[in-house]
Write a protein that binds this ligand. Structure first.
Ligand SMILES: [Zn+2]
Length: 110
């Protein structure tokens, strides 16, 4: 993908997210309710596609993250971002912005 196309794609995605944010924050209740019928399904499909691309391989490493020599251990940043945004409820006791925050909100093994 060339630089212009990448920039156009990036701009279009951000504009769509801005549009959805405006609807959520400014639209009337019937309009917001209609979002549930269309946009939630699209967003869950997008998350599923993204997460499928970042499933761990048989060695427990992300299939998409990292270079050709060394893939990143699972869960990668895509999975930790999904967990943080889809599962974790931000409260003062769980929300943190530290560099090592990812591991603190992951479910414990077992
Ligand atoms: Zn990944």
């Amino acid at each position: 993908m060339n630089e212009v196309l990448a920039s156009t794609l990036r701009k279009a995605v951000y504009e769509r997210l801005d549009y959805l944010d405006r609807l959520v924050n400014e639209a009337d209740l019937p309009s917001r309710a209609s979002l549930a019928d269309t946009e939630i399904a699209r967003l869950t499909a997008a998350w599923r596609t993204l997460l499928a691309n970042h499933e761990p391989d048989d060695r427990g490493r992300c299939r998409a993250c990292g270079g050709w020599r060394r893939r990143r251990p699972h869960p990668c940043s895509v999975w930790t971002t999904a967990h943080k945004n889809l599962i974790v409820i931000d409260t003062p006791s769980t929300f943190t912005t530290s560099r090592h925050a990812a591991a603190s909100y992951l479910p414990s093994a077992g």
